[in-house]
Design a protein around this ligand. Structure first.
Ligand code: AZC
Length: 829
């Protein structure tokens, strides 16, 4: 009986001696217990890594308590839930973030120092969880933090890749990729759920059956794989709420070919079984072009199928009527990667639950919302029909059915405009017949959004114009944001303390709008002094890192000028490098006296290139070749240095961003959907040198054009410039620098020719030449401002003060109200 159960639970709780305690002595005891029983080391001799492991388990225990309470609370309250479906999460490290969100940083530091360890040193032992490529994946991680902090009943779903994003190793200036087997040393932040498993089916045939006089389709699969859940607790800040990021791993299925075992080849059968695990073994490292790979499609469906089985099981535990599904469930598609969830929901509703087609489709369209993260046409996923037909035959039929439904509706509304019909169709005819996942997602979602205002407008006026004209009410904008917990509190503790001191409260960590309060003190001399001191400490940390990784000693008085992000032609790292060569050339040709006026710069570049992206790899090599020349030129001394920081990832970003004076966000206008790096720099008081692209347009509105260095063609000018092609006036200095590279000034003459080709004449698609003059002007303005440290510091304070709108808390609030229709569900303390 339930009374018995309550009594039993109470007795157990008594035995547990209540919840774990967070005073330093209790923490010490727990850490030592884990040294002994979990890590199995002697409590008299354990090293930093073992101490990190023990501490992590001690924190994990505390996360689990809150997480249990949260799940019980959600179950009891049964609110509408949001399920965030994303194939990528860039979580980085978990220890510091967890301790801060649990509110026990100081207690942990005390406990450790009494045991003879330093918290910072242990935190450095942790490797990054890099289950994603770039912006999209880090955004998912920031949004999970906000969902937890703001008490939303949310679940994240993803894949537990055994190999995360490759490690970048630089040899002789070239990028090499090495596998990231991140689970090598165990992962204390996940909990394996051996009993939460679902079968996932592939291949096979579709047959027809009749029951109760009605025909229906049955999918007879040819292969079966098991999905096992790994739960990663995500703690909120300033709340007991701790939500779940559930990642699926593939395991061989037990039902799998019993036949083989019976008929003989035991070894072969085991080896085949083992192959099932490859589905979740590796993250695809190209962030925007993975068309037509079977394994990728398998990953997508594996992920979608397991997640939906889990979601439906949870729904059915308490609800019978599937018509209530949309009242209880919101499914968020993070880009088109999980879009197979649409035909999968239809398949479940129609084939398994036996709902009528229209009823099922009505439910489907009420639950999905779709975010797109790009404007690049090549990033819009297409799945070859052949591939889909063999792997997921029933899904292909359903997609065709959806499309004919769609085409009928379109014809009713626009008539027989065949051009338009074929543009909008979910099925693309052509050399390779394929399925347009974006079109499917738009048609079947109740809302579609871009990730900045500019991007959302471009979706409406260009990328998805046809759709916007039909369903303007579907289109929304959700400007991205980043979490201040990780990007200030964890990564910049000195700035965090300073902000709290001047605002007289720590509440801004949950209520970011309070940062605006700093504006009042933007001209205050004593704040200036403290602000500069904090910046200096962070620059020192970065300088030490540079020296450790590259051997280069850099002066703290120089301007630290940073560009860190994936290497892409549209992001124009090449413009940065050409600018650096130009600066070098100018200094070389300067009279001794003039050199005194040069503002010394440390140019820092970091980022990975997709392994198959040749131009991006050449850009990395050029950066190294130029650095080699400049850094060894005694004539230049401290006036200019160029550093490439290898293996850029989340934890490297946490160290670089607080130490940057200036950061560059210089994509050709109309190409960066939003950009989130700029928001992290802004929060940390780093000044931006940027084009009016993506979210920088909104940053300008918040801090004013005077507080940043803006340059370059605007979106509406880009098309005209491109039309002009080779008749654009390109500054002589630009041509001169490109010539230097072509002529072998930096060596590797042959290798760089094709790179130079991309920026000359009508080839210069990203308009480096056209924007060059304006770029140099912005750089000169930055130099000028840097000399006036009072002015610079004021701009820096105003940047932080104006960054509130770019917190992911704001983004999530907007999604909750305008897209998902969910409300907070706060677990009592
Ligand atoms: C990125 C966009 O390039 C970036 O501008 C944006 O800030 C970020 O998403 C988050 O919305 N896109 C990706 O990382 N990947 C793809 C496939 O677009």
């Amino acid at each position: 009986s339930s009374l018995d159960r309550t009594a039993k639970a109470e007795r157990m709780f008594e035995l547990m001696d209540g919840f774990l305690k967070n005073d330093p002595v209790s923490l010490q005891k727990d850490i030592l217990d884990h040294v002994e029983y979990t890590v199995a080391r002697s409590r008299f001799s354990f090293d930093d890594f073992e101490a990190y492991q023990a501490l992590s388990h001690c924190i994990r225990d505390r996360l689990i308590e809150r997480w249990h309470d949260t799940q019980i609370h959600f179950k009891r309250k049964d609110p509408k839930r949001v399920y965030f479906l994303s194939l990528e999460y860039l979580m980085g490290r978990s220890l510091s973030n967890s301790i801060i969100n649990l509110g026990i940083r100081d207690q942990c530091a005390d406990a450790l120092s009494q045991l003879g360890f330093e918290f910072e040193v242990l935190a450095e032992q942790e490797g990054d969880a890099a289950l994603g490529n770039g912006g999209l994946a880090r955004l998912s991680a920031c949004q999970m933090d906000s969902l937890a902090t703001m008490d939303f009943p949310a679940w994240g779903y993803g894949l537990r890749y055994q190999y995360g994003l490759f490690r970048q190793v630089i040899l002789d200036g070239f990028q090499h990729e090495q596998p990231d087997y991140w689970l090598n040393f165990g992962n204390p932040w996940e909990i394996e759920r051996v009993h939460v498993t679902y079968p996932v089916k592939f291949y096979g045939t579709v047959e027809e059956d009749i029951s109760n006089g009605e025909k229906y389709k049955v999918w007879i699969p040819g292969e079966m794989v098991e999905a096992v859940a790994y739960d990663n607790p995500i703690p909120g800040y300033g709340t007991r709420n701790t939500i779940t990021l559930r990642l699926w791993a593939a395991k061989p299925s037990n039902q799998h070919d019993m036949e083989a075992y019976n008929t003989g080849d035991y070894i072969d059968a085991v080896v085949t079984r083992q192959r099932a695990e490859t589905i979740s073994s590796i993250l695809y490292p190209d962030d925007r072009s993975h068309q037509g790979k079977e394994l990728r499609l398998k990953q997508q469906y594996f992920f979608v199928s397991a997640s939906l089985q889990d979601i439906i099981r949870r729904f059915k535990d308490g609800h019978k009527d599937l018509n209530q599904f949309p009242d209880k469930v919101a499914l968020q598609l993070n880009d088109t990667h999980p879009a197979l969830a649409i035909p999968e929901v239809m398949r479940i509703l129609v084939d398994e639950e036996r709902l009528g087609w229209n009823e099922a489709f009505d439910i489907t369209c009420k639950i999905f919302s779709f975010t797109t993260h790009t404007v690049l046409a090549e990033a819009l996923e297409k799945i070859p029909v052949d591939l889909l037909e063999s792997l997921l035959p029933r899904h292909l039929q359903i997609i065709y059915d959806i499309n004919s439904h769609f085409m009928e509706e379109l014809k009713r509304r626009i008539g027989l405009d065949y051009n338009r019909l074929s543009r909008m169709s979910i099925v693309e005819e052509g050399a390779v017949k394929s399925i347009r996942m974006a079109n499917l997602s738009i048609f079947c979602s109740h809302t579609v959004n871009g990730v900045s205002r500019l991007h959302s407008e471009l979706l409406q006026t260009r990328v998805f114009k046809d759709f916007y004209e039909m369903w303007p009410e579907k289109f929304q904008c959700k400007t991205n944001g980043v979490t201040q917990r990780r990007w200030i509190v964890v990564s910049n503790p000195s700035l965090c303390a300073l902000i709290s001191k001047w605002l007289g409260t720590e509440s801004w960590i949950r209520d970011i709008d309070l940062l605006m309060g700093l504006r009042e003190y933007a001209a205050d001399i004593s704040l200036h002094q403290e602000w500069q001191m904090v910046r200096k400490i962070n620059k020192m940390r970065l300088a030490e890192y540079i020296e450790a990784t590259s051997g280069l000693k850099v002066s703290l008085d120089a301007m630290f000028d940073v560009q860190i992000k994936r290497i892409h032609e549209y992001k124009r790292q090449l413009l940065n490098i050409i600018g650096i060569i130009h600066r070098y050339d100018c200094i070389k040709n300067m009279a001794k006296d003039d050199r005194k006026k040069v503002v010394p710069r440390i140019c820092i570049i970091g980022g990975k290139a997709a392994p198959g992206y040749e131009m991006a790899k050449k850009i990395i090599k050029l950066c190294h070749a130029v650095a080699e020349k400049i850094n060894n030129d005694s004539d230049i001394g401290d006036l200019l240095k160029l550093v490439f920081i290898p293996d850029y990832n989340v934890s490297v970003a946490e160290m670089i961003i607080p130490g940057a004076d200036l950061s560059q966000h210089i994509s050709t206008a109309g190409h960066e959907a939003s950009g989130t790096g700029c928001m992290k720099f802004l929060m940390n008081g780093c000044l931006l040198l940027a084009t009016a692209d993506g979210s920088t347009v909104e940053i300008i509105e918040e801090i004013g054009e005077d507080n940043m260095f803006l340059f370059g063609a605007k979106v509406h000018e880009v098309a005209t410039l491109r039309e002009k092609g080779s008749t654009i006036k390109v500054p002589l200095q630009f041509a001169r620098v490109v010539r230097m590279v072509r002529d072998g000034y930096f060596g590797f003459q042959d290798y760089f020719q094709s790179l130079c080709d991309t920026v000359e004449g009508s080839n210069d698609y990203y308009l480096l030449g056209a924007d060059f003059e304006s770029y140099l002007e912005a750089q000169a303005a930055a130099d000028k401002a840097f000399v006036d440290q009072k002015k610079w510091t004021q701009m820096s304070i105003l940047s932080t003060a104006g960054s509130g709108r770019f917190s992911s808390d704001r983004t999530i609030q907007d999604y909750a109200e305008q897209t998902w229709g969910i409300e907070p569900c706060r677990c009592p303390l």
